[in-house]
Design a protein around this ligand. Structure first.
Ligand code: GRG
Length: 293
């Protein structure tokens, strides 16, 4: 990974919510979930796309937008904490550790999620880029996480339990629940780098195709993975009677479909982005379909 972006994100996150005047139990719960591991996919995608657009400014831009990228991980972590709650997916294990409400309690987990979501925007606002770009990226991110994006996707997910969904309905649900934050991370990377509309659109399409491939792989892991490797409960979708890609297509066709979306992700950036960061983006999409957690 160029310049070890993941460890730069990790380092930023490890010092977050330490110095502020936060009730100890709340900061403990926030940091418990935030620092429990995780692939840091969304911030790394945002930084990599920005670098691919930035040319010789890549290093400078990485430092400038690190707080924005870290904010994306805070939003993602909030969504996992709330997704795991008894009123939602009711999971005991996340990132290989007891879920936030198991390690603390339900009320604390709700507040930890609320605070991570809200404070994420304070971190994002600290990125050192022109204010008009930052404002637009923060607006896009709020929309991606909000009612027409991830939160709306979660609503569709809950409404779809026990029902037969068509492939198209499943695609729309996934595009909101999982895809929105991923393609937003990519689009914001291009936006914050001041990229032209063609690059911005390529980044968004790359993220969107990657998002579908990512969700299909997640559904496959729920069927074929083991709890210790995946780091969360498996066979959960069947128990909750959820529509999934393997359930609708069969395992082999779902695998094939994930590969097709990865290839489409690569195609979206080919000829638009070049250099080591573009190679890295292609590498991510290939690794993604073969991931085990
Ligand atoms: C509660 C508003 C709200 C939304 C929840 C994220 C989400 C929406 C639900 C999670 C359900 C789920 C398992 C979706 C599949 C894709 C996904 C988001 C997997 C987890 O993301 P990774 O693999 O996790 O990037 P790490 O732990 O690596 O960060």
């Amino acid at each position: 990974m160029p310049a070890d972006l993941r460890s730069r994100v990790e380092q930023y996150l490890s010092s977050a919510f330490l110095a502020e005047d936060i009730p100890h139990r709340l900061s403990e719960a926030m940091r418990y979930s935030l620092l429990a591991g995780g692939k840091r996919l969304r911030p790394v995608l945002c930084l990599s796309v920005a670098r691919a657009c930035a040319g010789p400014r890549a290093e400078e831009l990485t430092s400038a937008i690190l707080p924005f990228a870290a904010g994306l991980e805070m939003i993602h972590t909030y969504s996992l904490i709330h997704d795991d709650l008894p009123a939602m997916d009711d999971d005991d294990l996340r990132r290989g550790c007891p879920t936030c409400h198991k390690a603390f309690d339900e009320a604390t987990a709700i507040l930890a999620g609320d605070a991570l979501l809200t404070n994420a925007f304070s971190h994002m606002a600290q990125a050192s880029v022109p204010a008009s770009l930052l404002l637009e990226a923060m607006r896009l991110t709020a929309d991606a996480a909000g009612a027409a994006g991830m939160a709306g996707g979660q609503m569709l997910d809950l409404l779809g339990e026990g029902k037969h969904l068509s492939l198209e309905e499943l695609r729309v649900l996934n595009e909101k629940k999982t895809g929105a934050l991923l393609f937003n991370a990519c689009e914001c990377g291009a936006l914050l780098a001041g990229a032209d509309p063609e690059k911005r659109e390529a980044a968004r399409r790359y993220g969107s195709e990657l998002g579908i491939a990512f969700q299909i792989t997640d559904d496959i892991l729920d069927v074929v993975g083991d709890e210790a490797t995946v780091g969360k409960e498996v066979r959960h979708d069947e128990k909750s009677a959820k529509a999934t890609w393997p359930a609708l297509l069969g395992l082999e066709n779902a695998r094939e479909r994930a590969k097709q979306h990865c290839a489409a992700a690569e195609a979206a950036i080919t000829g638009v982005f070049s250099g080591p960061d573009a190679d890295f983006l292609r590498d991510i999409s290939r690794k993604l379909v073969n991931r085990t957690h």
